[in-house]
Write a protein that binds this ligand. Sequence first.
Ligand code: NAD
Length: 266
Amino acid sequence: MKGLTGKTALITGASSGIGQAIAIRLAQEGCNVVINYRKSAQEAEDTSERAMQTACQKSNVRSLLIQGDVSKEEDILNMFNQTIETFGSLDILVNNAGIQKECPSHEVTAKDFDNILSINLRGSFLCAREMIKHCLSQNRAGIIINVSSVHEIIPRPLYASYSISKGGMENLTKTLALEYAARGIRVNAIAPGATITPINQDWIDHPEKKAMVESHIPMARSGTAEEMAAGVAFLASDDASYITGQTLFIDGGLTLYADFREAWSA
Ligand code: NAD
């Protein structure tokens, strides 16, 4: 895709699932990739290895692994410092790190609520803030892509904290896009539908549960992490140079009100 070669991209939560696929795809497009991971250095190294193999035609592409928890401000500052020290600048931030936890809303603890919001939303905001500061200080353009969810618009019972965090992400995307559009900073989001990644381990290995999930999807199948990464690559590229403040739904039609596929009455 246009304009990605030679850029540097930082992807949070990049050692598995969608984040891993984004790191690999952006490396394939010629970007240096900063792979943030929280726990598993081994998974991060595997991601880096796969990204570098994919990028092997473009020998200038490099990867940097940084451990860090996006719910901790000091870890975020360290992540940006290390990135700028290594690469001199940063062009693309992908706020991908996210967690969810099932719980009836009336039983959610303040601790769990805060934890989900502090990773999914506050962490994304703080990373975006650092990215914007960096762009303004170097007087350079920048790209921020938030990995949101179809649940930024579809309410999700039993996952209120997650739903609220992704609803907030829609506003985060739009507010920052408007505030910094004239400074050359584009802010967009992708909203994945049901995607085959570790976050969905409870249903992807169970044919019955999987079939139930997929029965709600107009295209009748789950998405892949690579399909999500393709959307990120597009939004990060110069092919999307006039797009800001938008959420690209990559969901096999999940947000099209699947229950209306057939008429409800004669
Ligand atoms: P995943 O569990 O494989 O990825 C989440 C990543 O975030 C993991 O690598 C994890 O280590 C990392 N992470 C968690 N807490 C972190 C923290 N405090 N600091 C840094 N990293 C942290 O699942 P995934 O499906 O690849 O999820 C990626 C993103 O996609 C999430 O934001 C998720 O909400 C979103 N999403 C996923 C789906 C889906 O169906 N898989 C659908 C919609 C949205």
